[in-house]
Write a protein that binds this ligand. Structure first.
Ligand SMILES: [Cu+2]
Length: 131
């Protein structure tokens, strides 16, 4: 569960980026690699995601804490037989972060790693490579 984000993972094709607030870009449309944008509106007690099927293998999760409690957005799963997880920092109310991820086709789990928020319902399944 606690693989963290090491240099080895980057070598396996996991690309992670974190950008500050004000991510309003729609410019990812025209590149060779199609990056699907997913809005994630964290609040009590839901991840607030509309899209959980990523058509390609690259996704840009635009995460905002729409709630009152601190929340974060974490994606986890397996690469081969190795567990990985990647997460935004813990966001306070109103804060934003962006997670840019490229993963092999497969099924991954998203959740909020703060406290017992996952058990309270802040969890979802994300499928990459869904046609
Ligand atoms: Cu939370």
């Amino acid at each position: 569960m606690k693989a963290g984000l090491g240099a080895g993972l980057l070598g396996m094709g996991l690309l992670a980026g974190m950008v500050g607030a004000q991510a309003n870009s729609t410019s990812a449309q025209s590149g060779a690699a199609q990056v699907q944008t997913v809005q994630v509106k964290l609040k009590e007690w839901t991840l607030g995601m509309q899209t959980v099927n990523i058509k390609g293998t690259a996704a840009r999760f635009e995460v905002e804490n729409d709630g009152q409690y601190p929340h974060a957005f974490k994606l986890e799963g397996k690469l081969g037989n190795q567990n990985f997880e990647i997460a935004t920092p813990v966001l306070r109310a109103g804060e934003k972060s962006v997670l840019l991820v490229k993963l092999p086709a497969g099924t991954y789990e998203a959740d909020c790693p703060v406290g017992d928020h996952e058990e309270r319902g802040m969890k979802n399944t994300v499928v990459f490579g869904k046609k």
